[in-house]
Write a protein that binds this ligand. Structure first.
Ligand SMILES: [Zn+2]
Length: 273
């Protein structure tokens, strides 16, 4: 799994965050006066790198070459603020392209696609790969925030994800057979669990109460519920600043209902011990 770190600008792979910190430190060292010992250390590191020996500068060059889109750095670039700024910009662009590729093509991140965010600079709604999403700050209760985040990242206990992979005594199960543990009529995915399943009384009561509350929080959602597909409506609710805290509580409650009952495993996938 990709190790990531939440920052002010959104989620960032930790190794990239470390690389950006190293480049920031490098820029600081370049701007120091020649009398500072730290700058002497930098010059030594660059000399070692230019001679092909291992050094702190060489480590940065290795990390840059290992990016999904490799970046080359020359010894002279280590001593130039404009060059360091240009390389830093390239690193951020490269990691955004890589993250967006994962979001677009990994099955489990389907709810993260096509999220439009307001961009202050252009005053328009645009696709933004990394941003501290509103639900991370607008959902005050940690358990609710975690439940919603897990639902969106495909890191939940619903069968659409849990039956995707082989485990010790069970083979992976095709998506169309990862059926709901309650109704066994549809794939147990995020939309089915939150908006479709009619087979579990507690679930139906939770949904009725939730829809009543969220239509009160954000009235335009009521008419959108009538015209949008349930998939689109779930995405729409996530984008609602007024309703997202209630949605997060609902996600937490729904996942708890599913957690309380053993999942349905279709016949024919158990491995003989
Ligand atoms: Zn169901």
């Amino acid at each position: 799994m990709l190790a990531v770190l939440f920052t002010e600008t959104g989620v960032m792979p930790i190794r990239i965050r470390r690389l950006l910190l190293a480049l920031s430190r490098l820029r600081y060292m370049v701007e120091l006066g020649v009398e500072r010992r730290v700058r002497w250390a930098l010059l030594d590191a660059v000399d070692l790198f230019s001679m092909g020996h291992s050094s702190w500068a060489g480590d940065i060059a290795i990390l840059l070459r290992a990016l999904p889109t490799p970046i080359r750095i020359a010894p002279g670039d280590f001593l130039s603020v404009p060059a360091i700024e240009a390389i830093t910009k390239k690193v951020v662009e490269a990691v955004d392209v890589d993250l967006q590729f994962d979001i677009n093509f990994l099955q489990k991140t389907h709810l993260l696609r096509n999220r439009l965010e307001y961009v202050e600079a252009s005053k328009t709604l645009s696709l933004v790969t990394r941003r501290r999403r509103h639900y991370l700050t607008m959902v005050p209760i940690p358990a609710h925030r975690i439940a919603l985040t897990r639902l969106l990242l495909g890191d939940h206990n619903l069968s659409v994800e849990r039956l995707r992979y082989r485990v010790r005594y069970r083979l992976p199960i095709p998506r169309e057979e990862r059926l709901c543990r309650f109704c066994r009529n549809a794939v147990e995915d995020e939309v089915h669990a939150t908006l479709d399943c009619e087979a579990q009384p507690t679930l139906i009561d939770l949904r009725t109460s939730f829809l009543h509350d969220i239509f009160e929080c954000d009235p335009p959602l009521k008419s959108e519920y009538e015209v949008l597909s349930h998939y689109d409506f779930l995405c729409r609710m996530v984008s609602s600043r007024k309703g997202v805290a209630r949605l997060a509580k609902y996600a937490c409650d729904v996942l708890a209902v599913f957690d309380s009952v053993e999942r349905f495993i279709p016949a024919g996938y158990n491995v003989v011990r």
